[in-house]
Design a protein around this ligand. Structure first.
Ligand SMILES: Nc1nc2c(ncn2[C@@H]2O[C@H](COP(=O)(O)OP(=O)(O)OP(=O)(O)O)[C@@H](O)[C@H]2O)c(=O)[nH]1
Ligand SMILES: [Mg+2]
Length: 298
C-alpha cells in the first residue's frame, strides 16, 4: 500500500445564486448544502469530501460574495476569504443566463491576486437555460485574464458534472489524504445540517426580506423508541411582524415548511422523522455580532 496519493482543497466561489451549492451536491452525489432560488442561501462554508481510489478532493462551498450590508454580510464575505486562503484549485462559478454584473466584478477583484498562484477554472453554469452562453462566457472571461480553464456546464446535467469531477480529481497535487478514505461526505455536524434543510424549506416559501431574516437552530435531536428521530428546532426571525408571516394563518405556513423539511430529511436519512418547530423573535440578529455567534455564524 505505498501507492501515491493526490489530494487538495477545491473552493467553489461566485456571486449569490449561480449554483455553487447545487454543483457541490452533485459533485458529491449527496446533499450536503442547502439550495434555494433565492440569492444568499448559503451563509457558511460547507465542506464536502470526495474520495475516489487514491485521490481525495475536499470541496468548500462558499456563500455568494456580495457587498455586505450588515454583520451577517461581513461574516459571509469573511467565509469566502477563509476558503480562498489555503486552496489548491478554485472553481469560479458564473451564470450564463446573463452577462456579468457588478457582483461578478467584485468576485473577479477578489480572485485577481490569486491568478498565477492557484489554478482557477471559470465555470459558466446554467447553460441549459442560457440563450447566449458563448457570448456570456466570453464576457466573464474578460473580467479575469489568466484563468487556467474556461468551460460551460449545467450543474443539473450528470454528464457535465461527471466530466468536471474527473478533471478536478486528475488535477489534484500529490499529497496525503486530509480525511480517512471512508469519511462521510461532509464534516458538518448533524444539527447544523438539519438546520440548513429547515432554513432552505423556509426560504423557498417566504418572500421579500423574510427569507433573509430567518436563522434556524436545532435544539434537540433524540431517538424515540418507535424508531422515529425526534427533532426540535427554533426558527428565529428579526422582528415581531415576521412571526405571523412565518407561522401563517392557522399555522399553515409553518406546517408547510415542516412537512417539506420532514420529507427531505426522511429521504436523506432513510428513516422516520418527527419535527417539533417553534418561531421566536431575536431582534435584529443580523446586525448583532453576539447574536450571530449564538445562532451558529462564527
Ligand atoms: N437551470 C439551471 N438552474 C440551476 C443550475 N444550477 C443551479 N440552478 C438553480 O439555481 C438556484 C440557485 O442554486 P444554488 O445552488 O442555491 O446557488 P448558490 O450559488 O449556492 O447560491 P448562494 O448560496 O445563495 O450563493 C436554484 O434554484 C438551483 O436549482 C443549472 O445548471 N441550471
Ligand atoms: Mg449556496
Amino acid at each position: 500500500m505505498n501507492e501515491k496519493t493526490y489530494s487538495g482543497f477545491v473552493a467553489l466561489v461566485g456571486k449569490p445564486n449561480v449554483g455553487k451549492s447545487t454543483l457541490l451536491n452533485n459533485l458529491l452525489g449527496v446533499k450536503v448544502a442547502p439550495i434555494s432560488p433565492r440569492p444568499q442561501t448559503t451563509r457558511k462554508n460547507v465542506r464536502g469530501v470526495l474520495t475516489e481510489q487514491n485521490r481525495q478532493a475536499v470541496f468548500v462551498d462558499t456563500p455568494g460574495l456580495h457587498r455586505p450590508q450588515d454583520a451577517l454580510g461581513e461574516f459571509i464575505n469573511e467565509q469566502v476569504r477563509e476558503a480562498l486562503a489555503d486552496v489548491n484549485l478554485i472553481l469560479w462559478l458564473v451564470d450564463l443566463r446573463h452577462p456579468p454584473t457588478e457582483e461578478d466584478r467584485l468576485v473577479a477583484e477578489a480572485l485577481r491576486p490569486l491568478v498565477g498562484r492557484v489554478p482557477i477554472y471559470l465555470v459558466g453554469n446554467k447553460k441549459d437555460a442560457a440563450k447566449y452562453p458563448e457570448e456570456a462566457l466570453r464576457a466573464y472571461a474578460e473580467l479575469l485574464p489568466g484563468v487556467e480553464e474556461v468551460r460551460s456546464i449545467s450543474a443539473l446535467d450528470e454528464r457535465d458534472v461527471a466530466d468536471l469531477r474527473a478533471e478536478i480529481l486528475a488535477r489534484l497535487p500529490e499529497g496525503p489524504f486530509f480525511f480517512p478514505p471512508d469519511f462521510a461526505r461532509s464534516d458538518q455536524p448533524m444539527e447544523e445540517w438539519i438546520a440548513e434543510i429547515l432554513r432552505e424549506e423556509a426560504m423557498k416559501r417566504l418572500y421579500e426580506e423574510v427569507p433573509y431574516a430567518i436563522a434556524v437552530k436545532v435544539d434537540e435531536v433524540a431517538e424515540r423508541e418507535n424508531g422515529v428521530l425526534y427533532i426540535a428546532a427554533t426558527l428565529y426571525v428579526e422582528r415581531e411582524a415576521h412571526k405571523p408571516i412565518v407561522i401563517g394563518r392557522g399555522g399553515r405556513k409553518l406546517k408547510e415548511i415542516g412537512r417539506a423539511a420532514r420529507k427531505q430529511l426522511e429521504v436523506l436519512l432513510g428513516r422516520r422523522v418527527f419535527l417539533d418547530l417553534r418561531v421566536k423573535v431575536y431582534r435584529n440578529w443580523r446586525k448583532d455580532p453576539e447574536a450571530l455567534r449564538e445562532l451558529g455564524y462564527r
